[in-house]
Design a protein around this ligand. Structure first.
Ligand SMILES: Nc1ncnc2c1ncn2[C@@H]1O[C@H](COP(=O)(O)OP(=O)(O)OP(=O)(O)O)[C@@H](O)[C@H]1O
Length: 238
């Protein structure tokens, strides 16, 4: 599936009666990258899970490649090309790396697994290890690779670097950048590490209490220390 544009219009969503996102609107062209920033608890994960159809939407539209996916179930959105790599590193702990990847290829030939090994050679080295035997970084690679093997046209990455050693973060970010530069996917990255978020994407949006308080280019945000201090925190950029 080729990269698809994403357009979110006046989206409001939450959990049961609790509204978390309010009137969120933004657009990402096909093949582009967007980083989503904001302090803890501001609604970043809720935004990605709402795009995936995993929690309650009160109103608004989610258009992928011009098609309205708003009322589709999560599994149907996945079929339509939306892929989420959740913060929880969604892997099968009692299956091997290779078995986890087989789940990800869906109806593609088994040889497609090689794409995951090309992206993360470490996974090839650990292919016979069980999920629970992997390090946090390897689990993140596996979770990411499994979603990518499904060839999503819009890829949602939720804090992939959380809790990982700097060397692993670099490895993952390099892989995401390679993936993005191929232009086969539109990528949204939720990331607390400001430098990584700005390096990765050309555009950024900042969420505060479920609303978008700023949208613009990474370059503009990088240059505006006042804005960074206000919405993200002092000393975020080194
Ligand atoms: N399952 C849930 N039920 C009810 N409220 C929830 C649920 N999950 C999150 N929330 C609330 O929604 C708000 C936004 O949370 P969310 O996890 O989207 O923020 P976040 O920006 O991703 O934070 P973090 O960086 O800590 O992951 C918070 O007030 C949180 O308490």
């Amino acid at each position: 599936m080729p990269a698809a544009s994403l357009e979110v219009k006046h989206l409001s969503a939450g959990y049961g009666p609790t509204m978390v996102l309010e009137d969120v609107s933004f657009a990402v062209p096909a093949g582009a990258r967007l980083s989503i920033l904001g302090r803890n608890g501001m609604g970043k994960t809720t935004l990605l899970s709402t795009l995936m159809g995993m929690n309650r939407r009160y109103g608004g539209e989610i258009m992928v490649g011009g098609k309205d996916l708003s009322s589709l179930r999560s599994s149907e959105r996945a079929r339509q090309g939306v892929g989420l790599v959740p913060q929880t590193r969604d892997i099968f702990r009692s299956l091997t790396v290779e078995e986890n990847l087989v789940v990800g290829i869906k109806d593609r030939p088994r040889s497609a697994i090689q794409e995951a090994y090309d992206m993360f050679p470490r996974l090839f080295e650990r292919r016979n290890n069980l999920g629970w035997q992997l390090s946090g970084g390897e689990q993140q690679m596996l979770s990411t690779a499994r979603t990518i093997l499904g060839k999503p046209s819009v890829l949602l990455l939720d804090e992939p670097l959380e809790g990982l050693a700097p060397v692993i973060c670099e490895e993952l970010m390099a892989a995401f950048t390679r993936l993005a530069s191929r232009g086969e996917m539109t990528i949204l990255l939720v990331e607390q590490r400001l430098e990584s978020a700005l390096d990765f994407a050309e555009s950024v949006l900042i969420l505060e209490r479920g609303r978008i308080v700023w949208q613009g280019t990474s370059e503009a945000l990088r240059a505006d220390h006042g804005l960074i201090e206000h919405y993200i925190g002092v000393g975020s950029l080194h």
